[in-house]
Design a protein around this ligand. Structure first.
Ligand SMILES: CSC[C@@H](O)[C@@H](O)C(=O)COP(=O)(O)O
Length: 341
């Protein structure tokens, strides 16, 4: 098992730089909010639950480093840091959820000293809860995975996207731990290759059988009968759709066509039932992520590229949503979530 994706050592936030994988497994020791925000923007730290922890630790870092002596100035300072971090990535709801939990913990204190302690304690709690949450998702999800299953996944919803264990890959790990034989087909996940670089890396580290395919191979494998179920993570679940890495919707449509179960594994912190699909901002990234491949320009200069980082899968394509409290089934009504539980 690889080390924890993100953790705190005193006033230092230590995280794996995922942009270097699979070639190098290196950690960054981060001491300021600006560096952490850059890491989130550059996808050194990525994946919804890991973003929740990163946001929480970012606010905790601002709190620890604050020199304000009065509560008003202290709270204004950490609120500024919070908004700076929140703006780094708009789609994954966990980022704002982690930030808001730490802000609330600090805001409930009466002195600056107590507020600093409360902020750090809350961020540590968010990081610690993540493993228990992923293990519970894994246990509930493992029951859905038949022995011998060939699971298709997209992007990386594994240990690297959380603190450890993972959501979609947590389901796979728990099924393997329960003695089932499971193999994974990882879509490479264009354009930043989280499937090829990260999912394949962490499953290979754990000696779980994995192969990598181009995203466009998935439909053909389903047609050939080589996929038994699809399990993916989520960045936000609104009352009508699951937002996840661009390409997820395409797999859901294909799975439905071929009668293959399509599962989403996500903690309750990813639910946002107050919003509907149309109200969610989908992150668009720099055109160079598509136009430049392996250091070379593959798209003629001046040609436009559309770079959505995520897509939305309507709930009628989802067979079940695996949470830490159990498996939700259609019609997913009422939808649970941090804002209404
Ligand atoms: C458990 S992680 C779930 C999602 O965050 C994951 O599938 C995903 O789409 C991540 O996208 P990324 O752009 O790499 O942050």
């Amino acid at each position: 098992m690889i080390p924890r994706t993100i953790a705190r050592e005193g006033e230092v936030i230590v995280f794996i730089d995922q942009t270097l994988l699979p070639g190098r497994l290196e950690t960054v020791r981060c001491t300021d909010v600006e560096r952490l925000a850059t890491a989130i923007r550059r996808l050194e730290v990525r994946g919804a639950p890991a973003l929740g922890i990163a946001g929480a630790y970012g606010v905790a870092l601002a709190a620890m480093q604050s020199e304000a002596g009065e509560m008003e100035g202290f709270l204004a300072g950490i609120a500024d840091a919070a908004e700076y971090l929140r703006a780094t990535r708009p789609t994954a709801v966990n980022l704002g959820w982690g930030i808001d939990r730490v802000l609330a913990a600090a805001g409930a204190a009466e002195t600056v000293e107590n507020a600093k302690e409360a902020a750090v304690a809350e961020a540590d709690r968010i990081a610690a809860e993540d493993e228990a949450t992923c293990r519970a998702i894994g246990r509930h999800g493992a029951a859905l995975i038949p022995d011998g299953a060939r699971v298709l996944t997209h992007c990386n919803a594994g240990a690297l996207a959380c603190s450890t264990w993972g959501t979609a890959l947590g389901v796979v790990r728990s099924a393997v731990e329960a003695g089932k034989k499971v193999s994974v087909t990882a879509c490479e996940t264009r354009p930043l290759l989280q499937g090829a670089r990260l999912t394949a890396f962490e499953l290979a580290e754990d000696k779980i059988p994995v192969r990598v395919i181009t995203d466009s191979t998935a439909a053909f494998l389903m047609r050939k009968g080589e996929i038994d179920c699809v399990v993916v993570g989520a960045d936000r679940i609104t009352r009508d759709a699951v937002f996840n890495k661009i390409g997820t919707y395409m797999h859901a449509v294909c799975a439905k066509h071929h009668g293959i179960p399509f599962y989403v594994a996500a903690p309750l912190s990813t639910f946002d039932p107050v919003l509907s699909e149309a109200e969610v901002e989908i992150e668009e990234r720099g055109e160079e992520e598509i136009a430049i491949f392996n250091g070379k320009r593959t798209v003629r200069e001046g040609v436009r590229c559309t770079t959505y980082a995520f897509d939305a899968t309507p709930l009628d394509l989802v067979t079940g949503i695996i949470t830490e409290q159990g498996v939700l089934r259609p019609p997913f009504d009422p939808m649970p979530g941090p804002r209404n539980i």
